[in-house]
Design a protein around this ligand. Structure first.
Ligand SMILES: [Zn+2]
Length: 373
């Protein structure tokens, strides 16, 4: 699970292999690597969101009802992880938010297909939260995560449009599907001659996948944690009109604060060790990608608020609010780890054990799956 290290080591192996063999154009790949890549969340989500091997400029694919059901099932798993995280941390959250909260939250996600940016939540008759997310938001968040990760990985990608990056990704995914799995190690070093694309090799594809996937999941987790925040803070009963825009604004910031703190509890353990330098763990908290890259692409800034006719707080302020809450959550985790390690370990599904300077992390499958392996 030591992503960054593994990636660097693998690059060294790749370079060594490259020197001594000339590769054919098509991808060849280890059987195990291909199997792992195929079941990664990114490939799974991308196959639902972009079922074809090509993309259209300026429009998202129209999805079938079956695809919406699949998306809903995946997002409901995410929501279960978030409500579990809430239950583990309810005392800390109440203390931080200075607000009494239910310790168990029941809820579900509904994926809508209205062709407009809607992410909202309502309380149903049984008192459960229903989070409604339009499929366009998922598609925009996917494009945003792709662009964010690839631009961070390679210089000069600013000139490429979302459409070009997405087309390259879909082309690479096609090559992966067609790649022949060979043996245990296979032939990783299949770098192609022409380097027009930034995903021209399985190595590039893999390295980008590891960076794209947690961003995508992180942005979705943040979006849902924000809605969960409205629920546990009792915002759903609030009335809103133009004369109460300040209250609307402070409710939005409170939901961001809750989401930052909740997700800080998820990644808290990774901040205490060398894992802190692996940005993919921090990407699991998602608000940077959500506000900087997904917000505009999803049309939140032009779509306007769904329930109140008030403007949302400035995105800079929202990022700052979520970041401060994340920092406070991580500091609180560190303090707890020093004073009551056993209790600290119950707050996050990620645990880290260090012995003589060597640290080992264990994380449940749903987290390791976000890193592709
Ligand atoms: Zn909100």
């Amino acid at each position: 699970m030591i992503r960054a290290l593994n990636r660097r080591m693998m690059c060294c192996v790749l370079v060594a292999l490259l020197v001594c063999q000339s590769a054919p154009y098509s991808w060849a790949v280890s059987k195990q690597l291909k199997a792992n890549l195929m079941k990664s969340w990114l490939i799974t989500f991308s196959q639902i969101l972009y079922p074809e091997d090509t993309a259209k400029e300026n429009s998202y694919p129209v999805l079938s009802d079956e695809s919406l059901t699949q998306l809903e099932a995946l997002l409901n798993q995410d929501l279960d992880h978030l409500t579990d995280l809430h239950s583990r941390n309810v005392a800390r959250l109440e203390n931080f938010m200075d607000h009494k909260m239910p310790s168990n939250v029941l809820g579900h996600v509904r994926v809508e297909n209205q062709g407009r940016p809607v992410a909202s939540s309502v309380v149903d008759e049984q008192g459960r939260i229903e989070i409604r997310i339009d499929v366009e938001i998922l598609q925009a968040t996917f494009a945003a995560s792709l662009a964010n990760a690839m631009r961070e990985n390679s210089l000069g990608l600013d000139k490429k449009t979302d459409f070009q990056l997405l087309s390259e990704f879909l082309e690479a995914r096609k090559k992966l599907m067609e790649a022949k799995g060979k043996g245990t190690f296979g032939d990783f070093a299949d770098i192609v001659k022409d380097r027009d694309s930034d995903l021209d090799s399985i190595e590039d594809f893999w390295s980008n996948l590891i960076d794209i996937q947690p961003r995508y999941e992180g942005a979705i987790l943040f979006l849902m944690a924000h809605e969960l925040g409205h629920f546990v803070l009792g915002h759903h009963g609030a009335s809103c009109d133009l004369s109460k825009c300040e209250e609307f604004s402070s409710r939005e910031l409170a939901a961001d604060k809750y989401a930052g703190y909740l997700l800080g509890a998820l990644v808290g353990p990774t901040y205490l060790t060398a894992f802190a330098f692996d940005s993919s763990f921090q990407a699991l908290t998602g608000f940077d990608v959500f506000f900087v890259d997904a917000y505009g692409r999803a049309g939140f800034d032009s779509g306007g608020p769904v329930q109140c006719s008030c403007p949302y707080p400035k995105t800079d302020l929202r990022i700052e609010t979520a970041r401060n809450a994340l920092d406070a959550s991580v500091q609180e985790y560190a303090r707890l780890y020093e004073t009551d390690r056993g209790k600290a370990e119950t707050t996050s599904p990620i645990t880290i054990h260090c012995k003589s300077g060597k640290c080992q992390m264990s994380a449940p499958p749903w987290i390791t799956a976000m890193f592709g392996f």
